[in-house]
Design a protein around this ligand. Structure first.
Ligand SMILES: Nc1ncnc2c1ncn2[C@@H]1O[C@H](COP(=O)(O)OP(=O)(O)OP(=O)(O)O)[C@@H](O)[C@H]1O
Ligand SMILES: [Mg+2]
Length: 192
């Protein structure tokens, strides 16, 4: 087993063609709160990966005791490392279709950044569902869109990525309206 990456929340190890994601103990949290949060997030991730029809890594097993999830290894870079203006029209429609399908299934990702999208050939695989929720509320969907808006405008400015995304996602006018409310709330917060 090889340690592949140690992120903010989890350590990722590779064993053959599988990945073991183990949620790290956070010393700064009260131990009871920490184990509750780790278990909750690991369970949530397992539930979403098992339920959704969107392209995600196949989940192989989940151990509650150690909060570890075994899933398919996706061999490819994170979108954050490859997305530029030259490939926006290839990848963003795929991202938009997956995110739209996820929302139509009543799943909110919770951390839709381009670090949590892996590129495998001509496919985009969504990962990192520890903050996901089951909800179809307009507000939750609009907030999920706001996270991707911030990720695209912050990490990939001047690529047209957001424009392609939102065109392909095709939000209803109701959702678009809610999104602008959420967006202006974000701007307001930033000033203070
Ligand atoms: N199934 C997978 N196949 C290949 N790589 C993966 C897989 N799952 C996770 N990774 C890699 O490990 C990194 C961290 O995984 P993940 O995003 O699920 O955890 P995290 O706790 O959010 O970590 P971070 O704090 O770094 O975002 C990913 O950005 C990706 O590079
Ligand atoms: Mg992540």
């Amino acid at each position: 087993m090889k340690l592949f990456r140690s992120g903010a929340e989890a350590s990722i190890s590779i064993e053959g063609s599988t990945v073991i994601k183990q949620r790290l103990v956070k010393e700064y949290r009260h131990p009871d709160l920490d184990s509750r949060l780790r278990l909750e997030r690991a369970r949530r991730e397992y539930k979403v990966l098992s339920k959704t029809n969107v392209l995600v890594p196949k989940v192989l097993s989940f151990d509650e005791e150690s909060c570890s999830l075994v899933m398919e290894f996706i061999d490819g870079p994170a979108l954050v490392d490859v997305l530029d203006a030259s490939c926006v029209s290839v990848y963003m429609p795929l991202v938009a279709r997956s995110v739209r399908q996820l929302h139509d299934e009543g799943i909110i990702h919770g951390d839709l950044t381009t670090s949590n999208m892996l590129v495998r050939g001509q496919e985009i695989v969504l990962i990192d569902f520890g903050l996901a929720q089951f909800s179809s509320s307009l507000e939750d969907i609009a907030v999920d869109l706001q996270v991707i808006y911030q990720s695209l405008s912050g990490r990939h400015p001047d690529t047209g990525a957001w424009d392609v995304f939102i065109r392909e996602y095709a939000p209803s006018s109701e959702l678009l309206q809610r999104f602008s409310v959420v967006r202006s709330r974000g701007k307001y917060k930033k000033q203070y």
